[in-house]
Write a protein that binds this ligand. Sequence first.
Ligand code: OFO
Length: 167
Amino acid sequence: MLSQKIEEALNGQIKIEAESSQVYLAMASWAETKGLEGVALFMYAHSDEERMHMLKLTKFINERGGHAKISSLVAPPVSFGSFKEMFQTLFDHEVMVSQKINDLVDITLKEKDYATHNFLQWYVSEQIEEEALARNILDKINLIGDDKGGLYLFDNDVKMLTSNTAV
Ligand code: OFO
């Protein structure tokens, strides 16, 4: 059984994951309108992943006798400046999510809820991967600079990332 405090905290995380999914969907759409096909595919896949993170929390809360609440969401931006700025936004967003997961883990320890603590370990590992992937992409972008040919190759590279990894 979940304590009220844990249930509220997990519900807060549902909202964060759902908003992440919306932000990446907005990025996918923006990239698609710019002709960045690979980047758009990557962002669509990432958006789906975030929805899966949200659903995993929803099911966990309900299985443990709580009630997962589906709330309204903050609208994501419509455009993202340059593709470099967009990936920086993605990286910063993931760092924020990692912090929220850490806060949640902290609450479970204080509440002595070891089942939820165990459940959250999956998110801890996931965040390590997501931050590393975003950092890796930012490094590539910095290498390309303003080179148009480089951007074309980068778009193809990111498309490969989408087919090879679960984002
Ligand atoms: Fe990319 O964040 Fe979910 O957990």
